[in-house]
Design a binder for this molecule. Sequence first.
Ligand code: ZN
Ligand code: ZN
Length: 336
Amino acid sequence: MRAARLHRHGDALRIETVPTPMPLPGQVLVRVLACGICHTDVHVCRGDWRARAPLPLVPGHEIVGDVVAIGAGVADEMIGTRVGIFWLNETCGTCEYCRDGWESLCPRQINTGFGAAGGFAEYVTVSAAFAIPVPRELEPEIVAPLMCAGVSAFKAIRETELRAGDSLGIVGCGGVGHLAVAYAKAAGLHVIAFDRSDTALSLARALGADQTMQTTDADAVRTIKKTGGLHGVLVTAAHLDAIRFGIDLLRRKGTAVILGLPPGDATFPVFDVVVKRLTIRGSIGGTRADVVAALAIAGHAGIRSRVTLRGLDDVNAVLADVHEGRVLGRVVLKFE
Ligand SMILES: [Zn+2]
Ligand SMILES: [Zn+2]
């Protein structure tokens, strides 16, 4: 099969012909139809985090494809099923987090496109239990971004614990942010979208944002504070400055949920957090149940990812565009 593989952190991916993987017991082999490119893939390729992927590696964790082979112990009916594959390739199933509905925090989780080969390839394997059925009526390239950007946005909005009518600021309207606008509107929230790019803000307006503001606008925080501040904020932008910007927008008792993963450590205004009883919370991906819910809501509410299609050979150019913030919505690799 053809695959884009990382051999050294910081290097470009090499497009290579490698053996098609065999599904292990309990796994399925999936022919990839579409795979989205996430900011996390940029971090993985650059080796930005304390945890680094073992190499060589095929990145990519926003996958839609068809099951073409099964390992021992998997039901025959799975062959031919259209499935989505997300960040969780497998979890232990027995730890306190797995048992308590928080498998996304399993310390023994194996991640697609990080600890296990991902979707920048014609075929990929996944634990059968983590292959999420996807309706065939939907185009694979529209569903693929929901597997990471969509579920991350959906889960993070839940983590704000806001109710319909509350105000939510979304800082960063890229891959995750544009879907967060759509999910937040589906949840009945009043959405204020922030970005430094005008085109990202017009996309946010097209997806239903009630108000948009430039993050470079020196008066943005003051303008929001005059209204009392926001009930909640999602920080999707991978910049340390964006985190402080988001916290500064909150009203008393507000919650900031951080999703972006910039390298380094942020500081926070201790006085405001204590006196205004603010909550600062991280949110990482979601569980299988979250993916299923995110897909269902997208179906009911007509949420569609804004995608640009490219081929596997373009993967390095796209990763550079994502790194430089030049992508509107999501870029999805489409396979024949
Ligand atoms: Zn992702
Ligand atoms: Zn576990």
